[in-house]
Design a protein around this ligand. Structure first.
Ligand SMILES: C[S@@+](CC[C@H](N)C(=O)[O-])C[C@H]1O[C@@H](n2cnc3c(N)ncnc32)[C@H](O)[C@@H]1O
Length: 346
């Protein structure tokens, strides 16, 4: 998924830097003896890569669509029958479209005669999305699929439908005409089934609360870097994931997101929230991804982390995320930092 702040292309950098730190501190335990927590999990790509290495994973995100995708990627192991999963995907792909919530509120045909005509998906893809979403829920209610299969199917729908969205990239706005990829007929594609430790757990909570109730060995933090809230930028994925017929407002059909606003996107609140997070973290190794254009300055981060133990930093040049073409980007790359703290060692 093309996601703001995704670490997909930085995985090597993260793995190498984390490995170097463990070696530097003579860590003798192997991955299968350690817990790795990824508490701003997003697409789950970082959790996934450490799951593959054999770590027990704790993943979390405040957004429900992220929880669904990560729940499949991280918690599903040998509990899924691959052939049956692919058969379910085939069945869903054959469904006829339904004029459900997504069609009626986010497609051009479905919003005819309404105050706002929206074009987030083609009429046909919106109907197909509704048909698949309704079927997945009905199958679960009827007991014809397991909870594990439910998250696999729903995660696959979220990941697939995103590729046909008629947006420049995020869901903060839609394009006036259907772009080439949005015109294509949507195909539901199965998310991979990843083998790993069986003791993995995924949460859907505010990290500021969750951190007080968990513990582990390696804590990876990848908070938002700026004021762009994920709840408003990905509101449509949230609604497809929840399918809760929300009251929506305005030109873009936003759902209420008051309880999902992140303090990490608020200039006056982020520094204290970050300090509290580090203070409350019951983990030995703590890593923070942040760039040189974030709300917190490099010096502020360094100062906070140094209060709690031994500090170090790794850096890498990184290609900028292109959210839309209209923005005036002064440079095409940023510096991506991985701040490291070994807690309790001074
Ligand atoms: C930079 S993205 C993470 C990207 C992720 N590492 C990846 O590679 O896909 C930040 C994530 O933090 C989540 N988030 C923001 N505030 C949060 C909070 N207070 N608690 C939990 N998750 C939060 C957002 O929903 C978003 O998915």
């Amino acid at each position: 998924m093309n996601y703001i702040g995704s670490k997909y292309s930085l995985i090597d950098f993260l793995e190498t830097s984390i490995d170097k730190t463990l070696k530097l501190y003579n860590e003798t335990r192997v991955p299968s003896q350690m817990i790795f927590a990824d508490l701003f999990a997003g697409t789950g790509v970082v959790s996934g890569s450490f799951k593959k290495q054999g770590y027990s994973i704790i993943a979390n995100d405040i957004q429900y669509y992220s929880y669904v995708i990560t729940k499949h990627m991280i918690e599903n192991n040998g509990n899924l029958d691959k052939d049956r999963c692919l058969q379910l995907i085939r069945q869903l792909n054959q469904l006829n479209g339904v004029e459900g919530f997504i069609y009626s509120n986010y497609s051009y045909g479905g919003t005819e005669g309404q105050d706002f005509r929206r074009m987030y998906f083609s009429d046909s893809n919106a109907k197909k999305c509704d048909a698949i979403r309704i079927a997945i829920e009905n199958w679960l209610s009827a007991g014809s699929i397991t909870k594990h299969e439910y998250f696999f199917l729903l995660g696959s729908l979220l990941n697939s439908i995103d590729k046909y969205a008629n947006t420049a990239s995020v869901y903060g706005a839609y394009l006036k005409n259907l772009k080439k990829s949005a015109l294509k007929e949507m195909e539901l594609v199965a998310l991979p089934i990843m083998q790993g430790s069986v003791s993995c757990k995924v949460y859907n909570e505010d990290v500021c609360e969750l951190i007080k109730h968990i513990s582990g060995d390696i804590l990876y933090l990848d908070p938002p870097y700026n004021t762009r809230q994920y709840c408003s930028n990905y509101h449509l994925l949230e609604t497809i994931a929840r399918y809760d017929n929300p009251i929506i407002k305005g030109k873009t059909g936003l759902r209420d997101y008051a309880n999902q606003k992140s303090v990490f996107c608020i200039k006056g609140k982020v520094v204290k929230a970050f300090d509290d997070l580090i203070k409350n973290a019951n983990f030995k190794y703590i890593f923070l991804s942040y760039n040189n254009e974030g709300l917190m300055s490099f010096d502020t981060i360094e100062k906070i982390m140094k209060k709690y133990g031994k500090y170090n930093v790794y850096m890498q040049q990184y290609r900028r995320f292109k959210a839309d073409n209209a923005r005036d980007c002064k440079s095409t790359s940023t510096i991506e930092y991985l701040h490291c703290l070994v807690k309790g060692t001074i």
